[in-house]
Design a protein around this ligand. Structure first.
Ligand SMILES: N[C@@H](CCC(=O)N[C@@H](CS)C(=O)NCC(=O)O)C(=O)O
Length: 213
């Protein structure tokens, strides 16, 4: 199998977490540009990640790819056994995808020099604070996002928080997790998990390469 990947991307990082934990033999390749005609022929959405299966089928969307890898390669698993814990893991992964990442995205686009409205940039930090406030109320305690064990939610959330803590200081918010003690404690604890540390290190390299610092 082949993963269209970039070390910078939090969405690809969460897929690499599963590949690493499961010991999967997956080739990582650069896409031929984003949203280009050449890449849309491979993945019509034009974004990374996309997983190309051995029969040529291509799966877009990080969540879908993670679920597929869990279904196909169930051992070891990042899905908690208990249904309630699974729901909590899915909830945190969705909060990351639906609220945290969309709040940070305009700032990332701005750093990339993309055309982005001043209003979107102005609204980004309040939107992010609203998302972090909600996360503070729902995040698991004990060092993991859910279930007191490493789950696929940690791939999603830790990668998002890597973006938050690396990007916000470039917009005069040096400590973006200040004011969210449970989220900050989670971030400190999860960064020490060896599988998470690996994907965060790769993201850090990608961020440095793209934006310097
Ligand atoms: N919902 C998608 C989001 C993927 C995404 O936005 N990927 C970014 C890289 S971090 C991308 O490919 N962006 C290209 C673009 O927007 O032009 C997922 O979970 O896979």
């Amino acid at each position: 199998m082949k993963l269209y990947n970039s070390n910078l991307s939090p969405y690809t990082a969460r897929v690499r977490l599963l590949c690493n934990v499961k010991g999967l033999n997956i080739e990582y390749v650069d896409p031929p540009g984003f949203r280009t005609d050449a890449y849309r022929k491979i993945n019509p959405i034009g974004k990374i990640p996309a997983l190309e299966l051995d029969d040529g089928t291509v799966l877009p969307e990080s969540e879908v790819i993670c679920e597929y890898l869990e279904d196909m390669f169930p051992t070891p698993t990042l899905r908690p056994a208990d249904a309630h814990d699974r729901a909590q893991a899915r909830l945190i992964a969705r909060m990351s995808d639906l609220y945290i990442m969309p709040a940070v995205r305009p700032l990332v686009f701005k750093l990339f020099g993309r055309e982005i409205s001043p209003q979107a940039v102005t609204e980004a930090i309040p939107n992010l604070n609203a998302a972090l406030k909600d996360l503070e109320a729902l995040i698991g305690e004990g060092g993991y996002a859910a279930a007191k064990q490493l789950t696929h939610a940690d791939g999603a959330l830790a990668a998002s928080l890597m973006f938050v803590t690396a990007i916000l200081p470039r917009f005069d918010v040096p400590k973006p997790l200040e004011g969210y003690p449970k989220v900050a404690a989670y971030w400190t604890a999860i960064s020490k998990d060896k599988h998470i540390a690996k994907i965060l290190g790769e993201m850090q390299e990608g961020i440095k390469k793209a934006f310097g610092g």
